[in-house]
Design a binder for this molecule. Structure first.
Ligand SMILES: *Cc1c(COP(=O)(O)O)cnc(C)c1O
Length: 432
């Protein structure tokens, strides 16, 4: 087989396999067919370097360096307008090509080499891009960690205050990759104002909930800037997004272009317009069902004997469920066994783990955006928890469970909460 043939064979196998898997990766989703159509359009091979101009009738105009962008200019203007409307933001920038790049853009807009940034440690659920090993380190920021309350699974504001007043970080990050309950935006904004810091909420995981009026509205609660990915609970193409108050707009726009991006990914901006339009219409129902599903899955796993975190707090208010599996082999073993049964999820450090445990941490993190997006409700969450029990607690042979998972998935092959299409959720579309 040539490498060419092998590649297309791999792509088709991926589609086939994933149509038979229950995907519970909290940072993933499946986009609608219309989003996929936008991504393979002519915009995927074009350039549109340039600066954001002012607005005409509420829509952005652009000062481009290349010809050929007349249709794309309208596409990007639509993306910005829809994002500003949906998230009630004064200003949106859709240039960053990922969530991490959105963070780096904001860091370079608002801080300089040697400044400090505060956020959650990776063990407590913070994202690496909030720390010196990743984006923050790239521009020489030193990180300061918040104190984390393991019982509340949230930032300990009073515990963190003293250190923040002493260290005076230039940027205070909120938001995380392990995120069960709303972060204390209002309280942290008070500290930020006290020490002259800018409060940035990283909504990568919860943007879809934010769109639907669930979880929290960081801008309304006081965040100066919101950064995000566009492809986790928000069901868009892979990409990044920045929302901010007008006072930060110029600095953010310049940091995005010409600062850190030359050409952005125009096809992904087109896909983002589709997802924003879908969410304008469906995000209320979609986000509500995600939270109901996460709670139902957590409750059901708890009843079946799993050590689901935060029972006293109702387990979760987000799209995530976190389970301590240290008593049944650890996160690595559980995630591997689940994959053998066509259930895809990830091992995860828990706040009391050390970084040394990254290979086999105590936890697994489960997310329900994708299964919700393909139409599953609370009763399906009970079935999924039953599969997880058979694999993990009953130690049934995963290949036996896999047969039942494949049968179960047969009923879920369409994307919901989007505009009608005859194309299936995992259907492979052949061009050649
Ligand atoms: C996933 C994630 C990111 C990074 O987003 P990418 O699009 O993968 O670059 C940033 N912040 C948080 C909190 C995340 O969970």
């Amino acid at each position: 087989m040539s490498y060419f043939d092998e590649l297309f064979d791999l792509i088709e196998k991926q589609h086939e396999w994933r149509s038979k898997c229950i995907n519970l990766i909290a940072s993933e989703n499946v986009t609608s067919p219309a989003v996929r159509e936008a991504i393979v359009s002519d915009f995927s091979h074009r350039y549109a370097e340039g600066l954001l101009g002012g607005k005409t009738n509420g829509f952005r105009v652009f000062d481009r360096f290349y010809q050929g962008t007349k249709y794309f200019d309208r596409v990007e203007a639509l993306a910005i307008k829809l994002a500003e409307d949906l998230f009630k933001a004064e200003h949106a920038n859709v240039v960053p090509i990922s969530g991490a790049m959105a963070n780096l853009t904001v860091y370079s807009a608002l801080a300089k080499h040697g400044d400090k940034i505060s956020g959650l440690s990776v063990q407590a659920g913070g994202h690496i891009s909030h720390t010196h090993v990743s984006c923050a380190g790239v521009i020489g920021l030193r990180d300061v960690s918040y104190v984390f309350d393991n019982e509340e699974m949230n930032i300990d504001v009073d515990g963190s205050r003293k250190n923040l007043v002493k260290e005076k970080p230039k940027i205070m990050m909120l938001g995380a990759s392990l995120l069960l309950f709303p972060h204390p935006v209002r309280e942290m904004k008070k500290i930020a104002d006290e020490i002259g810091s800018t409060l940035v909420y990283d909504a990568a995981h919860v943007l879809g909930l934010f769109a639907g009026g669930r979880f929290q509205d960081p801008l309304q609660e006081g965040a100066d800037v919101v950064t995000s990915s566009t492809h986790k609970s928000f069901p868009g193409p892979q990409g990044g997004l920045i929302l901010c108050r007008n006072e930060f707009a110029e600095r953010v726009d310049n940091a995005a272009f010409p600062g850190l991006t030359s050409n952005h990914h125009l096809h992904h901006v087109a896909g983002l317009v589709v997802a924003l339009a879908e969410m304008q219409k469906f995000s209320g129902e979609y986000a509500e069902q995600i939270v109901k599903n996460a709670k139902a899955l957590a409750q059901s796993m708890h009843e079946l004997g799993f050590n689901v975190l935060c029972e006293k707090k109702g387990f979760t208010e987000s799209h995530q469920v976190v389970v301590d599996v240290s008593g049944v082999g650890g996160g690595d073993k559980v995630a591997n066994d689940c994959e053998k049964a066509n259930i895809i999820l990830n091992k995860n450090l828990l706040p009391w783990d050390t970084l040394k445990m990254t290979g086999n941490p105590s936890g697994i993190r489960i997310g329900v955006p994708e299964v919700t997006h393909i139409g599953m409700k609370e009763s399906e969450m009970e079935e999924i928890s039953e599969f997880l029990k058979r694999i993990t607690l009953d130690r049934e042979n995963p290949t036996k469970v896999k047969a039942d998972v494949i049968e179960f998935m047969k009923d879920y092959n369409k994307v919901h909460y989007c505009f009608e299409s005859h194309v299936g959720a995992y259907e492979y579309i052949r061009f050649k």
